[in-house]
Design a protein around this ligand. Structure first.
Ligand code: F6R
Length: 258
């Protein structure tokens, strides 16, 4: 894992956009997209670069991480709607290049279809991830199998309360989701974990410096050969080895890239 601690959320968004831009400019790309608040700054930066510098997504495809079960795609808070509203409708992805899970389908069949469609696209090149306050990535809640594939999961009370801000009230937050599994996510070639704000500090510390354990699903990233963790200073505030992370970043060879 490469741990990059930056002063603020804008720096995280800028660096994440740099990594994605480099991938897009290197050829046809498959991006893995998270929803939620954390990647919004990155998406805004990518939209700016599309408008200002002509950064193009015309040769790219995208796969979403997860979806609420029971919300039709047309619901404003379905991840199908959110990602289009916040990002993909504002750049030049080809029609049908943005893939998501159908929360209204029979879950087992939909999960199998989705894993097969990611494989058919050649796998994900760069996967953007946020982290839940309970250490989830995608919607792999604590005790998710580290080898799990896309499947239905039940949200914890904590995650439903965290996400209630997007709905009229807690009762409207679905209890079930379809999510790429930890095994599915770990097949992406480059994982980009973004962490913003003090509320994520405990989960980030457990994921990065704790043991690999299902109690903190994001700790499964320690088993992946290419993970970049981009944190603002509050999200990094519970890490024990910040001095070393700053030291290594200061000595990063210019040729190395992320
Ligand atoms: C959403 C997702 C979740 C979020 C996480 C953090 O597609 O996969 O793991 O990344 O719940 O959410 P925010 O960014 O809203 O704090």
């Amino acid at each position: 894992m490469e741990i990059i601690i930056l002063p603020g959320a804008e720096d995280v968004a800028h660096t994440a956009a740099d990594i994605i831009e480099e991938r897009l400019r290197s050829g046809p790309s498959v991006l893995g997209l998270a929803t939620g608040s954390t990647p919004l700054g990155t998406y805004r930066e990518l939209i700016d670069r599309h408008r200002r510098d002509g950064l193009s997504f015309a040769a790219a495809q995208a796969f979403l991480l997860d979806e609420y079960v029971g919300l039709p795609a047309s619901h404003p808070e379905s991840y199908h709607s959110v990602i289009r509203r916040e990002f993909t409708d504002s750049v030049d992805f080809p029609a049908d290049a943005v893939h998501g899970l159908d929360g209204a389908s029979y879950p087992a069949a939909e999960a199998a279809r989705y894993d097969a469609s990611i494989s058919a696209a050649g796998g994900v090149d760069v996967q953007i991830l946020g982290i839940g306050t309970d250490g989830h990535i995608g919607f792999n809640e604590p005790m998710s199998s580290l080898a799990s594939r896309t499947r239905i999961k039940t949200l914890t009370g904590q995650t439903r309360r965290d996400n209630a801000r997007f709905f009229a009230g807690l009762d409207e937050v679905p209890e079930h989701v379809l999510t790429q599994g930890l095994g599915t996510i770990r097949q992406a070639r480059h994982l980009l974990l973004l962490g913003l704000g003090e509320a994520k500090a405990d989960a980030v510390a457990a994921a990065v410096e704790g043991p690999v354990a299902a109690i903190c699903p994001a700790s499964a990233l320690q088993l992946h050969p290419h993970v970049t963790v981009l944190l603002d200073t509050p999200a990094a505030s519970k890490l024990a080895h910040t001095e070393y992370y700053h030291y290594t970043l200061g000595r990063k060879p210019a040729w190395q890239g992320f």
